[in-house]
Design a binder for this molecule. Structure first.
Ligand SMILES: NC(=O)C1=CN([C@@H]2O[C@H](COP(=O)(O)OP(=O)(O)OC[C@H]3O[C@@H](n4cnc5c(N)ncnc54)[C@H](OP(=O)(O)O)[C@@H]3O)[C@@H](O)[C@H]2O)C=CC1
Ligand SMILES: O=C(O)CCC(=O)C(=O)O
Ligand SMILES: [Mg+2]
Length: 744
């Protein structure tokens, strides 16, 4: 029996996954309908979020609901069943591009004014600030994270391994990080003995006190504070550049300006003004006048100087050029188009960029398009150290071998904006020298304090107790279910981790640990132990905080599977519902470029297939709906056939792409449903479809592949025309007709 509550919400997001959805969703809907399950959508794309923020400026037809707020509310319901695809976490240049596109389509959304003077501009900026950066995931992640490579995917990779760049013992590549003056060095942490409130205050040199934020804290909540010295950061950058210049190693910066949306753009901005120091020394005043913001990358210079006379523009371009002669070679994002590592803050995102470099023999691409040894600059030493461990390991042992290596799944503390990824509203760039302090509101006691200087970045992070308990439980459950050792990565050098360690030790006692191997280790030891075991074919669960969750669920999947898109990524919501994230990576902007240029979409929807199967099975169990369970089990088998028969998308135009892989999924899924005997009625529904698909296999594949090789118009990048995108993504009339026949 199905009821109206048995509904799956499938998110509409951005870029490649959004395009793939035009092809996959009609298939999912047709199949789910046969089992009485409704699949609704929720548009949380950056364009939809911009439109939802300005209803008063739009006509009735142009308005869209605040889907993200609605979905956020749904996470509090035990009935929630959400399939969450990756979405753009927009940097300022990306947000501006989305706004410009919407304006060109006739939507009267306002400009994003970075330095607003009028009340209206200020109000608009406040609305846009809720859209900038990683603004979706933190709202929806009301549970902790369980990411792993399913056994079928591991088995496939062992048979058909991806390429891995060889490592040389002579490689000069390394990670470089601050040895003092960073967040790691200054971290302080407390646990609230009772519920209470604190004030975050700045005390000026003259003794004046300015309250920056008031926070209500729960009993058992962990509160951290820390700062990064701007002067030491700049000295560090200068040192890394001089070192590269002296040794001939290429320089690159790896930060997470999207998720750390306040602190990392500032760090990125310092890198820009240090690398292009001569340029900013000479033109600083002019740049201030025309509104250049280095936190948005060198693209901001290119963009803003358009207002200047042409002769001045040329002089500036020449000065930029001169910086390249002065400074060491910098890693390129696109050497053909001349786009460097410092162009925009969202092109090189550490979770994906470091594993890509490590997989590629520790090298990145230079100005001449050639691969080179690279210094990966990651100022925050807290987490950068793990990459140096991986690099050391690869230099000693060679590249990881996907055909023999074990797996390193992750259980991550993530719920309720845990740790640094929830720190944005408590991050401040100092405007004067003084002291930042956290004061108990009731007693007036100073709980934590730091002496800071103008320009320093100070931040506080919260981690609530209930998510920590849930995380410990999830780790024990995963260790038990997969019979695998689990390591809690808690660093003895970190104040925050020591607060967590006390809790972990206490909460572990609540569980039956008989026969389980659960350890607590510092980061360096934890990663070394996990890698040592992995190259011996042994599996180890990493149980980590939020940032390591993010980093490790790209790092190890990229070594093990070639991409984190092949991960199963589940968020058991604390209120009882389920969110099924797809893969562990992002929205693959380069894939859109390829589709538009040659009508080939190389996006692999494997993550979506895995997520949907888990969602259907959960629905089946929760509502005692055998049809849903059957659909889920059949889908998992179909996904297995996709892998065994190598029907995943190819990277090359003219070959099977995303759309073709969806066809095969539908065919295998229908065949599995048709051949099962548990539910004869369902088998009868799918038999004709399975037969027709098999009979028309070649015709459908030909129709799908025939459109490739020429550019295609989808009517927009951030806000594509749904009709055009649907036509582009569903080019087989035969397949469309067969799916329609199922729904009638
Ligand atoms: N959960 C979320 O919502 C997340 C969102 N993001 C957002 O995604 C955007 C891009 O981030 P970026 O760091 O470049 O990382 P991506 O994961 O999008 O891209 C890195 C590369 O991984 C490969 N890849 C990723 N997913 C797939 C897939 N399903 N099929 C095939 N290949 C895949 C592609 O390699 P190739 O090009 O070689 O084919 C891609 O270029 C940003 O806007 C970021 O904010 C990032 C991470 C998570
Ligand atoms: O929300 C984002 O910006 C990125 C999320 C991410 O990278 C992850 O969860 O792995
Ligand atoms: Mg990530």
């Amino acid at each position: 029996m199905t009821t109206s509550t048995q509904k799956i919400i499938y998110t509409i997001t951005d870029e490649a996954p959004a395009l793939a959805t035009h092809s996959l969703l009609p298939i999912i809907r047709s199949f789910a309908a046969a089992a009485g399950i409704e699949v609704d959508t929720s548009d949380i794309s950056v364009a939809a979020r911009v439109l939802a923020a300005f209803p008063e400026r739009l006509s009735e037809e142009q308005r869209v609901p605040d889907a993200l707020a609605e979905l956020g509310e749904l996470t509090q319901s035990p009935d929630a069943n959400i399939i969450k695809l990756p979405n753009i976490s927009a940097s300022v240049p990306q947000l501006r591009a989305a706004i410009a596109e919407l304006q060109s389509q006739g939507y009267d959304v306002p400009e994003y004014v970075e330095d607003p003077k009028t009340d209206e501009d200020k109000e608009n900026k406040a609305r846009y600030s809720k859209i900038l950066g990683s603004a979706v995931n933190p709202v929806l992640r009301e549970g902790n994270s369980d990411r792993r490579a399913p056994a079928a995917v591991k088995a496939f990779v062992r048979k058909y391994p991806h390429s891995m760049g060889a490592w040389s013992k002579a490689s000069q590549s390394h990670a470089d990080y601050m040895k003092g003056g960073d967040f790691f060095s200054s971290e302080q942490s407390i646990t609230m003995p009772e519920a209470g409130a604190v004030r975050i205050e700045f005390v000026g040199k003259d003794g004046s006190v300015e309250v920056r934020k008031e926070l209500a804290l729960q009993k058992g909540e962990v509160l951290d504070s820390m700062f990064m010295s701007a002067n030491k950061l700049r000295d560090f950058f200068e040192g890394t550049l001089n070192d590269c210049k002296a040794t001939g190693v290429m320089w690159s910066l790896h930060v997470k300006a999207t998720m750390m949306k306040i602190s990392h753009p500032i760090v990125f901005g310092h890198a820009v003004t240090v690398y292009y120091k001569d340029l900013f020394d000479k033109w600083g005043e002019t740049f201030d006048q025309i509104g250049v913001n280095p936190n948005n990358g060198l693209s901001s210079v290119y963009d803003k100087i358009k207002q200047l006379p042409e002769s001045q523009q040329e002089e500036i371009l020449q000065d930029i050029h001169d910086c390249y002669a002065e400074r060491p070679e910098m890693a390129m994002v696109d050497s053909v188009k001349g786009i460097t590592n410092l162009h925009v803050p969202s092109d090189v995102i550490v979770d994906a960029s470091m594993p890509a470099m490590i997989r590629n023999s520790g090298q990145m691409w230079g100005r001449d398009g050639k691969q080179k040894d690279t210094k990966a600059v990651m100022p925050e030493s807290t987490y950068a150290r793990i990459y140096q461990e991986v690099i050391n390991f690869c230099k000693t042992n060679g590249a990881f071998d996907p055909t023999t290596m074990g797996t390193i799944p992750n259980v991550g503390l993530m719920a309720q904006k845990a740790e640094e990824y929830g720190s944005h509203d408590k991050t401040f760039e100092m405007t004067a020298d003084g002291t930042m302090r956290v004061v108990d509101a009731a007693s007036g006691d100073v709980l934590m304090q730091h002496d800071v200087e103008e320009g320093d970045i100070w931040r506080a992070c919260q981690t609530k107790d209930a998510p920590i308990r849930d995380w410990v439980k999830l780790a024990v459950t995963r260790a038990r279910n997969s019979d695998t050792p689990a390591i809690f990565w808690l660093d003895p050098e970190r104040a925050h981790d020591m607060q967590l360690k006390a809790k972990v030790e206490e909460y572990l006692i609540d569980h039956d640990l008989a026969g389980l191997d659960i350890r607590i280790m510092g980061y360096n030891n934890a990663i070394r132990e996990s890698m040592e075991r992995a190259i011996r074919g042994q599996d180890t669960i990493s149980v980590t905080g939020n940032v390591l969750r993010d980093y490790l669920t790209d790092l190890f999947p990229i070594m093990e599977l070639g991409t984190s898109a092949k991960m199963l990524s589940i968020v058991p919501l604390m209120a009882g519902g389920g969110m099924y994230e797809t893969g562990a990576g992002g929205s693959a902007p380069k894939h859109v470029q390829q589709l538009v240029e040659e009508n080939h979409l190389r996006w692999d929807s494997l993550g979506e297939f895995l997520a949907l199967a888990a969602s259907l099975e959960d629905m089946g169990m929760k509502y005692d709906n055998p049809s849903a369970r059957l659909l889920g089990q059949a889908l998992d088998k179909a996904t297995g056939h996709i892998l065994e028969n190598n029907k995943s998308p190819s990277r090359k135009v003219g070959e099977l792409d995303n759309r073709g892989s969806h066809f095969y999924l539908a065919m295998y899924w229908a065949q599995e449903l048709a051949s099962q005997s548990d539910n004869p009625a369902l088998a009868d529904v799918f038999k004709p479809l399975a037969e027709q698909m098999a009979a028309n296999e070649q015709k459908i594949v030909d129709e799908l592949n025939a459109v490739q090789g020429a550019p295609v118009d989808i009517g927009g990048y951030y806000h594509a025309d749904p009709a055009k995108a649907s036509v582009a993504m569903r080019p087989s009339a035969t397949l469309n007709g067969l799916l329609d026949s199922l729904s009638v």
